[in-house]
Design a protein around this ligand. Structure first.
Ligand code: FEO
Ligand code: CA
Ligand code: CA
Ligand code: CA
Length: 660
């Protein structure tokens, strides 16, 4: 979800522009440190290189030098032309086939999609709305047969339901949702597990698979880890503080080395409405989260989303949820040890000593970059032994220093300011108010951290920072170097000694995004990047098995970048570093999520989220887009079908590796 996308007025839903909620007075580094060198020089990498040389082991440097010795781009494909229209486009010589659309049956007994007569019961067995994270767990190591894992982040009622919108002159108003529509929304959230296989070169859903599963806003889940069972998690439905219904706003996610599916709960605050009772002890906690958001009408029919009735229900959201996709009856677990915030994703990598490291951004302006390091080690020979690794370990938050070094600060009860004096009586309190704990630790306030992707090939970590137009000149620092950062940037972290579990590292800015032909934008794409190859608003990232970086965007539009969102191939090594090429682009109004490559790189699964959510600023539509008057009816282009968010399988026409 892009919280800056201007949407038309919907009744009571003000999520187009919400305020940053970090009130802490941690000075930004720009306020603290007088700059001894020109920022521009730093960003070109000369000082960053000095910093790296001083702190990185000779072995890591050798690896880096080898990688940097590479000549030319790591990618070979004919670039797509950037632009805006009603369809999707992939590079020539590739196929982009629709694999799952909103409403497609996932469970064997689910009914066919009937948009004019949709029900919550039907939706509970069908593919959900707004596919975001896409994961792939191979069956027996196959790149042609596996489990597809898909998050359903949120719902767009104006695109989903007939008869909701009234247009009166300039005013476009969304009418109230019925109880059934709200329940359809609940069932359209969550995730999908589906067995898929490639037959004659095309991916198919295995309809009668034992693995097919829908997880929804009502699926029963267990809360585990340090916050489980705490009084602040108890509600009138659950006096144990360990059972919760549903997972919400699952944006990006991840898979674990032991083949489980991680769903990151992002803007969970948006589902809650009402007012806390006067003087309620959770008031500060709520305020720091901008909660309740009141983006949805669910509290009209479900008391648990009304904070005046159930003030603790929201403390049961904001976690990383672990699902065992191989057991459709397994109870998903909310792993509180990984912190509670607006988790964008949870990508992981095994450290040299066998501990497993999970990276997660907190997607809000001026919020933080986190990682979690398990206490135990990964056992590749005993899956069962790994199944509770996510309950014990250390959560860290990042502080980026002006000289190109960085520290991972432990978010641990009793350490530094995380004590009773500051209102933390246990690690449970630290977890429930992770943001406030990180404020006190002096973490670096970032420009909306989204997906964070480790690269096991070069020992680096890529942090997508989508944008932050609220950052002022006084608030810039080396890690967030632009005021009014409209187009975002990407930071590359080099963990000390190539150890992903390290507590120190170095970093540099890989890319400042935006149009490089406009000097004031300050974009830093290489000069090899074409007018189609640059982008704004990086959101998701993947590193493929050849170590190449792919970036998906959220927020490009006709009026701000003259292009839709898409999937870009970004060189990170050698002379081509900073070169970007457009591989695939989405229809008008959509955001790009994924990609998820198969291990052999012959398929990329991508998710096209919220197509037709917009189009006022596109000459092909030029007015608000809603169910009866959509800016695109992708992918069916059938007048009887609404637009449908879909997962797409991209393959090379000759069956070869992608981008080679
Ligand atoms: Fe759901 Fe942070 O994008
Ligand atoms: Ca986003
Ligand atoms: Ca996202
Ligand atoms: Ca990713």
């Amino acid at each position: 979800m892009n919280d800056q996308t201007p949407t038309f007025k919907t009744q009571g839903l003000e999520h187009a522009e919400f305020d940053p909620t970090n009130p802490s007075d941690n000075p930004t580094m720009g306020e603290l440190i007088s700059r001894r060198f020109s920022r521009r020089g730093f960003l070109k990498g000369s000082l960053a290189t000095t910093a790296i040389a001083a702190t990185v082991s000779p072995l890591a440097l050798m690896t880096a030098e080898k990688a940097h010795a590479q000549e030319g781009s790591a990618f070979n494909f004919a670039e797509v032309t950037a632009g805006v229209d009603a369809d999707h486009h992939v590079a020539e010589g590739y196929n982009a086939d629709i694999l799952f659309r909103w409403g497609d049956p996932v469970l064997a007994d689910a009914p066919a999609f009937d948009p004019e007569n949709q029900t919550a019961a039907a939706q509970a067995g069908q593919f959900g709305y707004n596919n975001d994270f896409v994961g792939y767990v191979p069956l027996e190591g196959s790149s042609e047969h596996g489990l597809l894992l898909v998050n359903h982040e949120y719902t767009n009622p104006h695109l989903m339901f007939p008869g909701l919108i009234t247009v009166e002159g300039e005013e476009v108003v969304q009418g109230p949702l019925s109880e059934e529509q709200v329940n359809i929304e609940l069932m359209a959230h969550g995730g999908t597990v589906a067995e898929i296989r490639k037959v004659d070169g095309k991916w198919e859903h295995v309809r009668d698979s034992q693995y097919n599963r829908r997880i929804t806003g009502e699926t029963e889940m267990e809360i585990t880890g340090p916050a489980a069972g705490h009084d602040r998690l108890k509600t009138s439905e659950d006096d144990t503080g360990t059972r919760v219904r549903g997972t919400l706003n699952n944006c990006a996610g991840g898979t674990t080395p032991w083949g489980t599916y991680l769903m990151a709960e992002e803007n969970f605050h948006g589902y809650f409405s009402g007012e806390l009772p006067e003087g309620h002890p959770e008031a500060a906690n709520y305020e720091r989260l901008g909660a309740p958001g009141g983006w949805y009408e669910w509290a009209n029919f479900h008391d648990r989303f009304d904070v005046s009735k159930e003030p603790n229900e929201m403390n049961r959201f904001g976690y990383v949820v672990e699902v065992d996709p191989f057991d459709p009856n397994s109870v998903p677990k909310k792993r509180t040890a990984l912190g509670r915030f607006k988790h964008e994703g949870a990508e992981s990598i095994v450290a040299p000593d066998g501990r497993v490291v999970f990276y997660s951004g907190d997607d809000e302006r001026f919020d933080y970059v986190y990682k979690f390091v398990t206490a135990g080690t990964y056992n590749p020979d005993d899956r069962a032994a790994n199944m509770d690794l996510l309950d014990e370990g250390t959560l860290y938050v990042a502080r980026f220093a002006e000289d190109g070094s960085m520290e991972w600060l432990p978010v641990v009860y009793g350490e530094g300011p995380l004590t009773e004096e500051n209102g933390f009586a246990s690690q449970a309190d630290v977890i429930i108010e992770t943001r406030r704990a990180a404020d006190l630790l002096g973490a670096t306030k970032m420009d909306r951290p989204e997906d964070i992707q480790p690269n096991g090939t070069n020992g680096r970590v890529y942090v997508m920072l989508t944008n932050n137009t609220r950052r002022t000149e006084d608030q810039i620092d080396a890690a967030n170097p632009r005021a009014e950062n409209a187009f975002g940037h990407i930071i590359e972290i080099i963990e000390a000694d190539g150890d992903f579990a390290a507590t120190t590292g170095t970093w540099e800015v890989l890319l400042q995004c935006g149009d490089p032909s406009i000097a004031e934008v300050g974009a830093t794409f290489s000069t090899e990047t074409s007018e189609n190859g640059w982008f704004g608003m990086p959101d998701n990232a993947a590193v493929d098995s050849d170590g190449r970086l792919w970036v998906s965007t959220d927020g490009n539009s006709p009026s701000d970048t003259g292009r839709t969102d898409g999937l870009w191939a970004v060189d990170t090594e050698g002379e081509a570093r900073g070169t970007s090429k457009l591989f695939y682009r989405v229809p008008v109004g959509a955001e790009m999520c994924g990609p998820q490559p198969t291990p052999d790189l012959t398929t990329f699964f991508v998710a096209v989220q919220h197509p037709a959510d917009g189009g006022e600023d596109w000459e092909g539509h030029g007015r608000p887009s809603y169910y009866e008057d959509l800016s695109t009816r992708w992918p069916d282009f059938d007048p009887a079908m609404p637009v449908r968010p879909s997962v797409v399988a991209i393959t090379k026409a000759d069956g070869g590796k992608i981008g080679v």
